[in-house]
Design a protein. Structure first.
Length: 254
């Protein structure tokens, strides 16, 4: 099976509803050629999920994602979003473990493992984010750091479950800084992640998993990043808020 090449937009906490609608309208009106193995995903703020779902839910090769969900099915958890709620509006993807969630909301690898489980049990594909801070990169211990994130949040899964997970490698020092990892640095880490997956689940399973790169992906560096053999697309913040930029990033997919 050929793994999917994915351009994922993460709007984060940006745009009004009207601006969001306009951006989706602009994106849908521009020519893009998503091939059979390619997918564009839009992680929009929670209040806009239904709007995005209405505009894109029935389109081929396009999907809507939540930016987060909670680890429990339902109940007295004021302010949280459940996977049952996402199911009920047809949302099929959720971003989990973004470094901003880890940093500002103290989400641990163990807590994320619970979120991964509940998402998979409700047929929602997690886009699981991992990646090291600058200090770890400077110490040269990024591989061990990312390996622990994978182990503690994902490696309890069966391979039948794991193939329904998308991984996004986002080095924190490259997020919103304009400082992209070089395509060699991205490839090196993606190959390492795939080797870790292969070590636990075997090569055949590891080869099915899409591993996206995130951190200052722009129209002008996407082709080079995505051309690396283990880079299966991108998770894009800032540049996903500009229609022309994001369409160019979609068109840079392998
Ligand atoms: P930027 O593309 O703005 O660096 O953000 C990356 C990111 O965090 C996507 O989730």
């Amino acid at each position: 099976m050929m793994r999917k090449q994915i351009a994922a937009a993460n709007w984060k906490m940006n745009l009004s509803l009207q601006q969001g609608e306009q951006l989706i309208n602009d994106l849908l009106s521009k020519p893009h050629d998503l091939k059979e193995n390619q997918l564009a995903v839009f992680a929009v703020p929670a209040p806009y999920l239904m709007m995005a779902q209405e505009k894109m839910g029935t389109k081929n090769r396009v999907a809507v994602a939540a930016q987060n969900c909670y680890s429990k099915k339902s109940g007295a958890y004021t302010g949280e979003i459940s996977v049952e709620m996402l199911n009920s509006i047809g949302v099929k993807y959720v971003v989990l473990g973004h470094s901003e969630r880890r940093e500002y909301f103290n989400e641990s690898n163990q807590f994320l493992a619970e979120k991964i489980d509940i998402s998979l049990s409700h047929h929602i594909t997690p886009i699981f984010c991992c990646g090291e801070p600058l200090q770890i990169r400077e110490e040269g211990t990024q591989n061990a750091y990312v390996a622990a994130q994978l182990k503690e949040s994902l490696f309890h899964l069966t391979s039948a479950q794991l193939v329904n997970v998308v991984i996004a490698y986002e080095p924190i020092w490259a997020i919103g800084t304009g400082k992209t990892a070089s395509s060699d640095q991205a490839q090196e880490m993606h190959a390492f992640i795939r080797a870790e997956l292969a070590h636990v689940y075997g090569k055949e399973t590891a080869d099915q998993i899409s591993i996206l790169y995130g951190g200052s992906v722009k129209a002008n560096n996407a082709v080079e990043l995505f051309s690396q053999p283990d880079v299966d697309g991108g998770l894009v913040g800032g540049a996903s808020l500009i229609a022309d930029e994001f369409v160019a990033i979609i068109n840079a997919l392998k």
